[in-house]
Design a protein around this ligand. Structure first.
Ligand SMILES: Cc1cc2nc3c(=O)[nH]c(=O)nc-3n(C[C@H](O)[C@H](O)[C@H](O)COP(=O)(O)OP(=O)(O)OC[C@H]3O[C@@H](n4cnc5c(N)ncnc54)[C@H](O)[C@@H]3O)c2cc1C
Length: 402
């Protein structure tokens, strides 16, 4: 097995995150899987602790705090907040991915803000919990098809439309909403706007009931004449047809490695538990022997672990590239595709290897197999990641290869 050491300076963070996963997340994992839509109040104190850990350091332990950092390419190797955040997420999701997604101030909206906000916006919205609202009934994978509009009215934008499947939508303080300044222009006019959760124009329609990640709330909203100040637009307000969708899509280069990290964490959890259950059944996995000379169960385990390692290495690479100011769209999509698929295959594979023990509710393996699938869907599905990878490798744009 390849064993890449993590940077020394991040070891304490990874070990603290693992401790939180063991002592806080695991004991309440099943409770909030069963009590869907109830807020895991145990997370409040933990979130404050993480805020404290993140303050004054360039390392992040949760899902927020990633910012594209440029070193101009001449400062050598830099291990920064993207890598540390990914390492923290892997450990926390080893504990419970649904609970990580429910952590105050660690939403994907926070990452979007961190990626593109101006210093004033960071000041204004810092310390708040932000969800991300892109998906609409008629626009999922094809986010350029969104119909929510943002019309200028004096010093404000007026948003109208519908947003579905917003993770943490009911609990967050802010929702980062994608809307079009001018639908006739196409993708270049799509911008993101920060909407306060208590804005009277943002109406909660319903909460979803789901297969997995039940600790995390998933909200649907109607935006009805929802007024936000002009300063709520994230990034450049100009509609630059030449730049197209680039500005808005740049957020994904930072957030896809985070979702890949979630998948890596869930896969690791399933492998660790399966190894224990196999050992209890008398099956030892030997790393010094070829897979073919071991039992079929051990060989299958090694195969899954190799896939896991490939997903992990791609995820670390994509985050490291973001830390070093290197364009990482290709690697971010490769990591998300590999980790999302691996997580589903490993979680189900571990259920299979452990038989009835893996399928029953006495074991978390059953839950992880349900939690895994979303990691292959949101932040761009498996198929969409592969499409992006193919476009990049073949040098084709979105109209040439779709
Ligand atoms: C629990 C949960 C939480 C979510 N959280 C958020 C959130 O916080 N914010 C947010 O904005 N959205 C969120 N989503 C939405 C999620 O990002 C979308 O579900 C996802 O992008 C897919 O869109 P869709 O469901 O409309 O599927 P569709 O786009 O309709 O796709 C259906 C199937 O067709 C495939 N497909 C589509 N286009 C192509 C193509 N060109 N080539 C090959 N295959 C293709 C897809 O891969 C998929 O398998 C969440 C969803 C869920 C279930």
């Amino acid at each position: 097995m390849i064993n890449l050491e993590i940077p020394k300076k991040f070891k304490p963070l990874a070990s603290q995150a693992h401790q939180v996963a063991t002592e806080v997340f695991r004991p309440i994992s099943r409770k909030y899987d069963e009590a869907e839509h109830s807020y895991p109040k145990e997370l409040d104190m933990l979130a404050s602790l993480i805020d404290g850990m993140n303050e004054g350091s360039d390392s992040g332990a949760g899902a927020a705090g990633v910012r594209r950092e440029s070193n101009g390419g001449d400062e050598g190797n830099r291990n920064g907040s993207n890598l540390s955040t990914v390492l923290g997420i892997i450990e926390l999701c080893w504990g419970d991915v649904g609970l990580l997604l429910s952590m105050p101030r660690q939403g994907l909206g926070n990452s979007a803000i961190a990626s593109v906000a101006t210093e004033e916006q960071l000041e204004r919205y810092g310390g708040k919990w932000a969800a991300m609202a892109i998906t609409e009934p008629e626009a999922g994978s094809d986010s350029a098809a969104i119909r929510t509009t943002a019309d200028v009215d004096g010093d404000e934008y007026v948003l109208n439309g519908e947003k579905i499947f917003v993770t943490s939508g009911d609990r967050a303080d802010l929702i980062v909403v994608w809307a079009s300044l001018d639908p006739s222009v196409g993708r270049a006019a799509i911008k993101s706007f920060i909407v306060e959760r208590d804005n009277p124009g943002l109406k909660l329609d319903r909460l979803e009931h789901k297969l997995g990640i039940r600790a995390s709330d998933t909200a649907n909203f109607i935006l009805q004449n929802c007024r936000v100040p002009k300063e709520a637009l994230l990034g450049n307000p100009e509609v630059d047809v030449k730049q197209g969708f680039g500005g808005a899509m740049q957020t994904f280069d930072n957030t896809r490695p985070l979702v890949a990290a979630m998948a890596v964490g869930v896969a690791r959890a399933a492998l660790d538990r399966a190894r224990e259950l196999l050992a209890e059944a008398g099956v030892e996995v030997e790393y010094a022997l070829p897979a073919l000379s071991q039992t079929a169960a051990a060989a299958r385990f090694l195969e899954m672990e190799a896939d896991f390692e490939a997903a992990r290495l791609l995820t670390l690479q994509a985050a490291w590239m973001a830390d070093n100011g290197k364009p990482n769209s290709l690697q971010a999509s490769m990591a998300k595709a590999k980790a999302g698929r691996t997580c589903v295959e490993v979680a189900l594979g571990c259920v299979e290897l452990c038989g009835a023990a893996g399928y029953g509710e006495d074991e978390l393996l059953e839950k992880w197999a349900r939690d895994a699938k979303i990691l292959d869907i949101f932040e761009g599905t498996q198929q969409i990641q592969l499409l992006i990878v193919a476009r990049q490798l073949l040098g084709k744009n979105s109209s040439e290869l779709r």
